[in-house]
Design a protein around this ligand. Sequence first.
Ligand code: CA
Length: 364
Amino acid sequence: MTRSSTLARRTALKAGLAAGALGAPALASAQGNFNWKMTSAYPKGSPFYMDGPGSATDLAKRIREMSGGRLNIQVFGAGELIPAFEGFDAVRAGTVEMNHANAYFWTGKTFAAQYFTAVPFGMNFQGMNGWFYDGGGIDLWNEVYAPFGMVAMPCGNTGVQMTGWFKKEIKTVADLKGLKMRIPGLAGRVYANLGVDVKVLPGGEIFPALERGVIDAAEFVGPFQDRRLGLQKAAKFYYTTGWHEPATVSELLINKAAWGRLPKELQSIVENAAAACNVIGEGWCQKANSDAMEDLVKNQGVIARPLPDAVIAALRAETNKVLAEAVAKDPMTKKVHDSYMAFKAKYDRWSEVSEEAYQLKVRG
Ligand code: CA
């Protein structure tokens, strides 16, 4: 801090104290308080997304406590202030300062957003964090959103998701043809190329659609979240191989002008609270999913198994084609893709002799 700004601060503090003595707002307003709104793509009460460790409300609470109440964020579930998937436009317009969702909901605005949520056959939680925090991933995210006047950062992660629920067994690639399936993002395009009739529905609409046969299959998140929606009551085949979302990132999206008005220390509090929620939320998922998967298989007659190898091979080939097409169309997508894939190649080589080697050969 320069001498003149220190003096200015002292003068402001004195003025604040004097105003306080006269009954006007004192120190707090001299420092600057911020009352913000944060919307979510998930309904009020949703575990992990809206409630519990690492959720949107937990993030707001951490920010409020760390800032001593200077940054107050009111959290709204999907449909409370705006519909589920309108967070991007609301933050862009400045109607709300923040939105809590997943970047892959915005691929219609900018395809590169996909890479900041999950890339099919891409990196796991550890690899994603390496790319985000130390491999230039967050900087690229902000570059992609700069034309929209927004910034973003990771604030949660589900870990590897499940392929999803199918009313009928999937034995070959041909079994996918004509299947009506709820699946968002890039994975939806991949399935569509293999003949799947792709539907994008908010979480709350999945169970009724699957139960009534409006759809034949659905992916949502993982054992805990899927069981909460009751999907096991509408379909019995639960394919485990989460090829499509190996580590799904929750996105904290922020209006750039509002972000610029926050003093540095409040920006730092937001960044630190988001990083804490990124890890704490993922930890919660590991515990919740281990319990739920055991219950689904032991008590609820669910048949949990990986997809056949030939189906995975077809999905991989189609994913590579879809990514190549997207990269050819858009220079920004190419820039993000190249950064992601270069990091992944390095991380894969390291992981083979570290995390994977431990899991496969040592753990027992
Ligand atoms: Ca999902």
